[in-house]
Design a protein around this ligand. Structure first.
Ligand code: COA
Length: 254
């Protein structure tokens, strides 16, 4: 079965991470599928909004680490960057139902969603520094905007997980529900949105997003350059090697 499931019904396109054995970590092929699904959802008149979801136990463990090591994304045409631009510029409402760990891009992609519903088991983390990397998906711009500088600095510099209630408090999620109810609730909100006039939804989102769009796209690009550079650096090598070997990384001197 595909690692990304796509299903459209009643005007709602649902994109499901379906790689549970690897905690829904995202490969280049999955990014390409997601980018293409968003491109189709944008032009398909039958789609009025999109919902991202994972599993009740895990949303996504972020980038697939082995894939990242074997095929480090460096070109602007790399699938991860195609996905990020498609996500940032997606004109229709984007919703997410998040349960369990949401690591790295599993959290930063939510900064581009319009409505986020979390299971009370959701654990968000942006551990880029701990991996010898830097923020991506315009999170260095959007996280401070959304959470305030000091809370964003805590999340991005320390990289420690924060739970659903904390995410609610900083405005990253709209509502916290039992994990068994989060996806159904997000879907019920999506159905409500799908029954509203699409042009008004698109114009309303555009009016909210447009003032920052150029800065968001520029930040995605600047972060990507730094990220690609760091990905080849010694700290990232140590961090990823440690993850694969299931040992603690040693950043002494790095
Ligand atoms: N890339 C590749 N494989 C991953 C992965 C990732 N980001 N996250 C988890 N996996 C794999 C593990 O290697 C393991 O594979 P195996 O069964 O073949 O050994 C499997 O998924 C289960 O992972 P495990 O760590 O045992 O699950 P857990 O429930 O104890 O922890 C997480 C779940 C998400 C907290 C933990 O896997 C984790 O921290 N993952 C890394 C997250 C990360 O750093 N992402 C990169 C952000 S840029």
């Amino acid at each position: 079965m595909s690692d990304i499931l796509t299903h459209t019904e009643d005007g709602v396109c649902t994109l499901t991470f379906n790689r549970l054995d690897k905690k829904n970590s995202i490969t280049a092929a999955m990014y390409a599928t997601l980018a293409e699904a968003l491109r189709q959802a944008q032009t398909d008149d039958a789609v009025r909004c999109v919902v991202f979801q994972g599993h009740e136990t895990v949303f996504s463990a972020g980038n697939d680490i082995a894939d990242f090591l074997n095929h480090p994304p460096s070109e602007p045409s790399a699938p991860v960057f195609l996905f990020l631009r498609a996500l940032a510029e997606f004109p229709k409402p984007l919703l997410a139902a998040v349960c369990g760990p949401a690591v790295g891009i599993g959290t930063t992609m939510l900064l581009h969603c319009d409505l986020v519903y979390a299971g009370d088991n959701a654990a968000f983390a942006m551990p880029f520094v701990n991996l010898g990397l830097c923020p991506e998906a315009a999170s260095s711009l959007l996280a401070p905007q959304m959470m305030g500088y000091h809370r964003a600095a805590e999340a991005l510099l320390l990289g420690e997980p924060f739970m659903a209630e904390a995410a609610l408090e900083v405005g990253l999620v709209n509502r916290v529900l039992p994990p068994t109810e989060a996806a159904a609730y997000a879907h019920s909100v999506a159905i409500k949105l799908a029954q509203k006039p699409l042009t008004s939804l698109i114009e309303t989102k555009r009016l909210m997003k447009q003032p920052h769009m150029a800065a968001v796209l520029d930040t995605i690009e600047r972060e990507a350059q730094t990220f690609a550079h760091l990905l080849r650096g010694p700290a990232a090598k140590e961090a990823f090697g440690a993850f694969m070997a299931r040992r603690k990384p040693n950043f002494a001197g790095l």
